[in-house]
Design a protein around this ligand. Sequence first.
Ligand code: CDP
Ligand code: CDP
Length: 227
Amino acid sequence: AKTNFVIAIDGFSSCGKSTVAKALAKELNFVFIDSGAMYRAVTLYFLRKNIDFSNLKEVDSALSKIQIDFVPNGSNTEIHLNGTDVSAEIRQMYVSEQVSEVAAIKAVRVAMVAQQQLLGARRNIVMDGRDIGTTVFPDADLKLFMTADPEIRAQRRFIELQAKGEHTTMEEVRANLSHRDLIDSTREESPLRQADDALVIDNSNLSQEEQLNLVIAKYQAIKLQNA
Ligand code: CDP
Ligand code: CDP
């Protein structure tokens, strides 16, 4: 019988998924996996190697040369691409601009979903992404679907990128979020959509603490029910 607890968090870009996922993992002592970081790492590799995304042979051969690892470092988790920490680089705008195109490729999704399912087997985990509650872990014990007002999301992401010293404009950030949301929710292969049994959280007006408390309460209710 299944003994682990899986929390799946999905939603559009910059809705606070990874913020709440990280806080939850810390609070519950679960493993946190940022599935978006994996698609970003693949995209970084494709860009570095000048892979033609439309050439399936090139894509397949590149995928066979990619090793992605999550490496704990203190209270953080680094993402390594073929042995090198790429955590900062994958967040840069030039990766964000191509990641949804790469994540729409079937071979890329098949490879990443398989790896995500392995990472979540027999462990208590929190995983955030776009298709976690629908495709990766359709039997997750708790599914969340996060939303927030698009303008608030763009503002939050803009502030975050500025703090990292990235030269970008509010207009660029807004355009990137709506571009990715459109591709992510209309692609053929496991598009972003809300699972029927997901708890929907609009955090437009919630603080990080408020959203965490809401989810913890839900988690505790499920634990009681299952006991
Ligand atoms: O920037 P943000 O945190 O919103 O995005 P992310 O979670 O880092 O994901 C980057 C991109 O990866 C998304 O825009 C999707 O195109 C793709 N992705 C996906 O297709 N499926 C997932 N489970 C996670 C991310
Ligand atoms: O993972 P996802 O792309 O959904 O979003 P995120 O990276 O967790 O959150 C995007 C930004 O919104 C971060 O800078 C968070 O600190 C901020 N945020 C916030 O200000 N208030 C919340 N209730 C949730 C997130």
